[in-house]
Design a protein around this ligand. Structure first.
Ligand SMILES: NC(=O)C1=CN([C@@H]2O[C@H](COP(=O)(O)OP(=O)(O)OC[C@H]3O[C@@H](n4cnc5c(N)ncnc54)[C@H](OP(=O)(O)O)[C@@H]3O)[C@@H](O)[C@H]2O)C=CC1
Ligand SMILES: N[C@@H](CC(=O)OP(=O)(O)O)C(=O)O
Length: 372
């Protein structure tokens, strides 16, 4: 971790604290330089219990001592009133109503759930790519009934979308707009939460379908890589990359890997001639996020780590590099149908989930959107 901060501690809560993503929040926040875990929320099944008894802990590291005996609350804003920020790893079936209530109670909500990603006033932010979309927050607050002073919702993306938009953003920054992109995913089992898929379905197997996943990748990529348009009256909207239409096609598969989503990607650039594989490698390696440059302590130094070995990245070898906060790319080469193809691997529960929310919140602190 790197970065500077004024030293003030900021109290935070975790919603869905007992789940797969919630446990990653706990581990990361327990070591955070200024976010301090103050409240934990989960379902009524867990509420009233000590965290260590409520959670089915499935992490390599032990439960951090500061949360072990904390009592889990129901996800009601009154239990979180001393927090400035809440991180949500809630099941999508309940995240919509609960996050709405927390925003209305003037809390800053950073969510992993899909419920608000398509909301026209809610930023969908992959923190190594489009933190500029935080500029939508004042509009979100002013359109709320009644208008809000501190409350807002920021979402992060689907984990497979997160992996792919990071190298795509690096390519657009270096070589201009992309025209089309074909993606095939090999997604880890942990993406389906705990206990997830039955072992008889996934061991010795590949399942070529993940409900809703292809549509999410194809739609979210456009919101994230697009800009923000301002109309004459000053109203802002996400432009969905419409100034340079981008066609995205995704095929999603579940594979017998525990952690780390691997994706093969082919792209076509608008510019002719397209960049060479070596130029692409150099651009990916050089890509730096604003989050890292502005000192967000959880942002990785290598946003994209480019492997030269022909058989990397691999989830088992590469998922914990930089605590899973960056992405690993390899096999950058010419594509005979589009222009360039490569492989990207990202840790779905780190940068694909909890780490992204935490960097988003760190960036919001840098921008003065959150006060202790
Ligand atoms: N796993 C991944 O790789 C990724 C997941 N996500 C998204 O993050 C969210 C969490 O996913 P994941 O951690 O895998 O899911 P889990 O099923 O592992 O955890 C779900 C959490 O939601 C809580 N919960 C369930 N029902 C209620 C309720 N009625 N009221 C309050 N809390 C409730 C559970 O509490 P309890 O233990 O008490 O039941 C648990 O803490 C989902 O929206 C998912 O789509 C996003 C990106 C990646
Ligand atoms: N669907 C993803 C994980 C996930 O929960 O995605 P989302 O947050 O978009 O629902 C996977 O199975 O790997």
């Amino acid at each position: 971790m790197h970065g500077v901060h004024d030293g003030k501690q900021i109290k935070v809560g975790v919603l869905g604290a007992t789940g797969t993503v919630g446990q990653r929040f706990i581990l990361l926040l327990a070591e955070h330089p200024y976010f301090v875990i103050h409240a934990l929320g989960a379902s009524s099944r867990s509420a009233g219990k000590q965290y260590a008894k409520a959670a089915t802990w499935k992490q390599v590291k032990p439960i951090p001592s500061q949360v072990r005996e904390m009592i889990v609350d129901e996800c009601k804003p009154e239990h979180f009133s001393e927090c400035a920020v809440v991180f949500s790893g809630l099941d999508a079936d309940v995240a919509g109503d609960i996050e709405t209530a927390f925003r209305a109670a003037e809390l800053a909500v950073f969510s992993n759930a899909k419920n608000f990603r398509r909301d026209p006033n809610v930023p969908l932010i992959v923190p190594l790519v489009n933190t500029a979309h935080l500029s939508m927050i004042p509009q979100q607050q002013s359109l709320h009934e009644p208008p809000l002073k501190k409350g807002f919702i920021v979402t992060n993306a689907n984990c497979s979308t997160t992996a792919v938009v990071i190298p795509l953003a690096a390519l657009e920054r270096a070589f201009g707009p992309l025209e089309s992109c074909m993606i095939t995913t090999m997604q880890a089992i942990s993406g389906a939460g705990y206990p997830g898929l039955p072992s008889l379905d996934i061991l010795d197997n590949v399942v070529p379908y993940i409900s809703g996943e292809e549509e999410k990748i194809e739609w979210e990529t456009l919101k994230i890589l697009g800009g923000i348009a301002t109309e004459d009256e000053g109203t802002k909207s996400f432009d969905m990359h419409s100034r340079h239409p981008l066609r995205v096609s995704a095929s999603c598969n579940r594979v017998a890997v525990i952690e780390g989503h691997t994706e093969t990607v082919s792209v076509r650039f608008a510019r002719r001639p397209p960049p060479s594989p070596q130029q692409v490698r150099e651009a990916l390696q050089a890509f730096t996020s604003d989050a890292y440059s502005l000192g967000c302590p959880s942002a990785p130094r290598h946003t994209v780590f480019v492997h030269e070995e022909p058989d990397r990245p691999q989830p088992r070898l590469d998922r914990d590099f930089q605590q899973g906060a960056g992405v690993s790319v390899g096999r950058v080469r010419q594509c005979r149908v589009l222009d360039i193809k490569f492989v990207v691997m990202a840790n779905n529960v780190a940068i694909g989930a909890a780490t992204s929310s935490i960097i988003n919140a760190e960036f919001a602190v840098v921008k003065g959107l959150i006060q202790a």
